[in-house]
Design a protein around this ligand. Structure first.
Ligand code: NAD
Length: 287
């Protein structure tokens, strides 16, 4: 039997529509939520991500400010701008598009963002709060995954969850969220031995590896929920299309629910960035 494909695009559209009323209510009180996005350099993928983030803000009525620096900018210039944004009442969320050029200390830049404006959830204080089960901002991609599980009636409590990938952006916060939701969590990564022995136990399998069609049908427990975070560009000889970390055609014959790429986790990520920015503005307005 073929798995049901989770439609991230429709879920994202519904959530974004629900934000409009919250944004309008804040704007009516003179507190329109504002997001500042900082881009350093000309990486084409980063340019696309930043453009999409700004467009998504505008579509739900958020104020957005795009700040672009050349790749050779002095880190002190960027840090000074972050300090200004920290103090700017129009701005409720600050996001620095990663990766930064090599001469930057990425950690120092992330730590310079005021924790209450850190809508990516990468500041050590916010990572700590998430680890303690009391999150202030949840990193957008794993937050989107949790929303997809919830919307499809998947309660992680008591389930075996396996996350492939241990990055600070996806794998680690994903594992923390699943632990906080009551799952028994295994985190696999590049040093894991017998990967399939772990993945075959998973009721919920999350792939965040960055390798096209890495997860195959034989690695999946029958009836599992499979979440594909990967976004990979296939080489031109294979059509140049976007492709996830999961072999969708094969795995959907084994799983019960599966996210496609594109149209799965991707649209949820920016949606949860908007959610975090609206939440930040609501918190500030309530103070
Ligand atoms: P990353 O490169 O930082 O991490 C990849 C992880 O995969 C590492 O922890 C590594 O240990 C693990 N890994 C590599 N080879 C492995 C192997 N053979 N077996 C087991 N584990 C292995 O990447 P990331 O930033 O976490 O992103 C992962 C994927 O998700 C990428 O394709 C990225 O483009 C995508 N992504 C998508 C979204 C979205 O909005 N959908 C957001 C962020 C990242």
């Amino acid at each position: 039997m073929s798995a049901h494909a989770i439609d991230g695009k429709t879920l994202a559209e519904g959530l974004r529509a629900s934000f409009k009323a919250r944004v309008a209510a804040l704007a009516a009180r003179g507190r329109r939520p504002g997001l500042a996005v900082i881009l350093v350099g000309e990486d084409p993928a980063s340019q696309v991500y930043v453009r999409n983030k700004v467009a998504a803000c505008e579509a739900v009525g958020l104020f957005s400010e795009k700040i672009v620096y050349p790749a050779d900018v002095e880190p002190a210039t960027v840090l000074a701008r972050i300090a200004d944004l920290n103090a700017d009442p129009k701005i409720h969320g600050i996001l620095v598009q990663l990766p930064l050029p090599r001469h930057f200390d990425e950690k120092a830049v992330l730590e310079a963002i005021a924790p209450e404006k850190d809508v990516d959830g990468f500041h050590a204080e916010n990572v700590g709060a998430l680890a303690q089960g009391n999150p202030r901002f949840i990193p957008c991609t794993p937050y989107g995954v949790m929303k997809m599980l919830e919307a499809n009636g998947v309660d992680p409590a008591g389930k075996e969850a396996v996350v492939i990938g241990r990055s600070n952006i996806v794998g680690k916060p994903m594992a923390l969220l699943l632990i906080n939701a009551g799952a028994t969590v295994t985190v696999c990564h590049s040093r894991t031995r017998e990967l399939a022995a772990h993945t075959r136990r998973a009721d919920i399998l999350v792939a965040a590896v960055g390798k096209p069609r890495f997860v195959t049908a034989g690695m999946v427990k029958p009836g599992a929920v499979v979440i594909d975070v990967g976004i990979n560009r296939l080489p031109p000889e294979e059509g140049g299309k976007l492709c996830g970390d999961v072999d969708f055609a094969g795995v959907r014959e084994v799983a019960s629910l599966i996210t496609p790429v594109p149209g799965g986790v991707g649209p949820m990520t920016i949606t949860m960035l908007l959610a975090n920015t609206v939440e930040a503005a609501e918190r500030e307005a309530g103070r």
